[in-house]
Design a binder for this molecule. Structure first.
Ligand code: 3PG
Ligand code: MG
Length: 423
């Protein structure tokens, strides 16, 4: 281990980790190309209409726009599209979580009429499906209005399956759930990945399963505790791990820095030390902030100053990475080929403490546009941060998935993806 004096960036030298990495090819998943003839068939399509909403209106339609081509392709070939989705986490039928307003959103995204049925099983659903003509699109009410959905209850799965001839899963963002509509149906009907699911799996493969190296990951966000499994999996896979956000403070404590009043999880310092030691042992380079923007108040435009991470005063808190850290991270980006990004660097929701995230994102977007870097980002706050930074369109791929993206980065098998695998 070499700790650079004056910088606190721990460099342990990169090693090539290309050997022995299993390559999962898209051909191992059934896609729409594998459906022999969809015309006239009833296609049960699981989508994720769990979009952010306020006062009954969708505030970000990205997920809906992304699924539109799959709906279009199937309907265009004369298939009968029957959309299944959850919304929120209702306990039983709850008018506040109805999917009804989403029918208009899907209509807007596809330019097609979208019918709506007030239940996803039973006579209401059967009659609505029976009325479909080739090329029609129907949205069924929230699957989570039935307890059988989350329980993956066989009787409920059979009721859903009776409505269709084929099953298409277009909901990567719900694929970490082994629910009736995300997994159960794949056991009873021929199952295929939709185009959005396919694009997601393709991007994830390029990012972590068979990436061009060197490969780096940026992991930010507030807490180490929610990302322990993620960090554990990533140090075994990436050449460089860049740690940012509130969770970097716990690592700064672990290497003996005082972080003042900064958000940090003191009880996890031993765990952070263990992660650093393991990274060292396997040759994963860790990058921590060397300077920070600190303030006494957690609020937008609070009076702030830039300090080395050794000089944070007891009453100050770290709200963003400083200019030298930004410069260093950007220099790392210049020497890698692939970047996976989860979580912002600073308190990006507070101006000007979004600066570190924006500057690094801008550099990553430029390298991507120049064909020098593959950039894949996703998970929770990440999309919001990259949208705010105005770079999403220039990244190679930005996932709309939250929990599913994280679980995938943790190296877990996603039941809704696994069911689509050619066995
Ligand atoms: C999401 O928004 O992350 C997915 O739709 C999954 O929702 P859930 O966490 O309620 O299962
Ligand atoms: Mg969620």
């Amino acid at each position: 281990m070499r700790i650079e004096t004056g910088t606190l960036i721990l460099r342990w030298g990169s090693v090539s980790k290309d050997e022995g990495v299993p390559r999962i090819l898209m051909s191992q998943f059934r896609t729409l190309d594998d459906i022999p003839n969809v015309s006239g068939k009833r296609v049960l399509m699981r989508v994720d209409l769990n979009a952010p909403m306020k006062d009954g209106k969708v505030t970000d339609a990205t997920r809906i726009v992304r699924m539109a081509p799959t709906i279009d392709e199937i309907a265009g070939k004369g298939g009968k599209v029957i959309l299944l989705s959850h919304l929120g986490r209702p306990k039983g039928r709850d008018p506040k979580e109805t999917l009804r307003p989403l029918a208009a959103e899907v209509a807007k995204a596809t330019g097609r009429n979208v019918a709506f049925a007030e239940d996803c099983i039973g006579e209401t659903a059967r009659a609505a499906v029976a009325a479909l003509k080739p090329g029609d699109v129907l949205l069924l009410e929230n699957t989570r209005f039935h307890a059988g959905e989350e329980k993956n209850d066989p009787a409920f799965v059979r009721e859903l399956a009776a409505l269709g001839d084929l099953y298409v899963n277009e909901a990567f963002s719900a694929a970490h759930r082994a629910h009736a509509s995300t997994e159960g149906l794949g056991h009873l009907l021929p199952a295929y990945a939709g185009r959005g699911m396919q694009a997601e799996l393709d991007a994830l493969e390029k990012a972590l399963i068979a990436p061009e190296r060197p490969l780096a990951a940026i992991v930010g966000g507030a807490k180490v505790s929610t990302k322990l499994e993620l960090l554990g999996n990533l140090i075994a896979k990436v050449n460089v791990l860049i740690i940012g956000g509130g969770m970097a403070n716990t690592f700064l404590l672990a290497i003996g820095k005082n972080v003042g009043k900064s958000l940090a999880e003191r009880e996890l310092v031993p765990m952070a030390r263990e992660i650093l030691a393991k990274a060292h042992a396997i040759g994963c380079e860790i990058v921590l902030p060397v300077d920070a923007v600190v303030a006494r108040k957690f609020e937008a435009n609070a009076a702030s100053r830039v300090v080395a991470v050794s000089n944070v005063a007891p009453d100050e808190m770290i709200l963003d990475i400083g200019p030298r850290s930004i410069e260093h991270v950007v220099s790392v980006l210049a020497r890698i080929k692939t970047l996976v990004w989860n979580g912002p660097f600073g308190a990006f929701e507070l101006e000007p403490f979004d600066n570190g995230t924006i500057e690094v994102a801008e550099a990553a977007a430029e390298l991507t546009a120049a064909g020098k870097l593959v950039t894949v980002a996703g998970g929770g706050d990440t999309v919001a941060a990259l949208n705010a930074a105005g770079v999403s369109g220039r990244f190679s791929y930005v996932s709309t998935a939250g929990g599913a993206f994280l679980e995938w980065l943790e190296g877990k098998t996603l039941p809704g993806v696994d069911i689509l695998r050619v066995k």
